[in-house]
Design a protein. Structure first.
Length: 91
């Protein structure tokens, strides 16, 4: 019989990233009633994506408003995102 090994907690770094509101809503809906958190979902999804990414494969930039639940919005682009002016910082 193998001996029990106490698992080590991996070191982590806090990263601040932006998510489209619709994507946040979808993730939060997916974890309702589950023993999970938003961070755990994103970490799991990122690991899965990295494990399943083919060499040389590129992924399209996320299109604002695109959702598997709203296929009619799939063609919307990022044209309404305001570009930051030089010297201006978003808070």
């Amino acid at each position: 019989m193998r001996k029990f090994r106490i698992p080590a907690i991996p070191s982590t770094t806090s990263k601040s990233i932006r998510f489209p509101n619709s994507l946040i809503e979808e993730v939060e809906a997916a974890i309702v009633g589950k023993d999970s958190t938003f961070s755990a979902f994103v970490i799991g999804a990122t690991r899965w994506a990295l494990d399943n990414l083919d060499d040389g494969e590129t992924m399209p930039f996320y299109e604002k408003g695109r959702s598997r639940h709203n296929p009619e919005q799939a063609g919307q682009g990022l044209s309404d995102i305001k570009e930051e002016e030089p010297g201006q910082k978003e808070l």
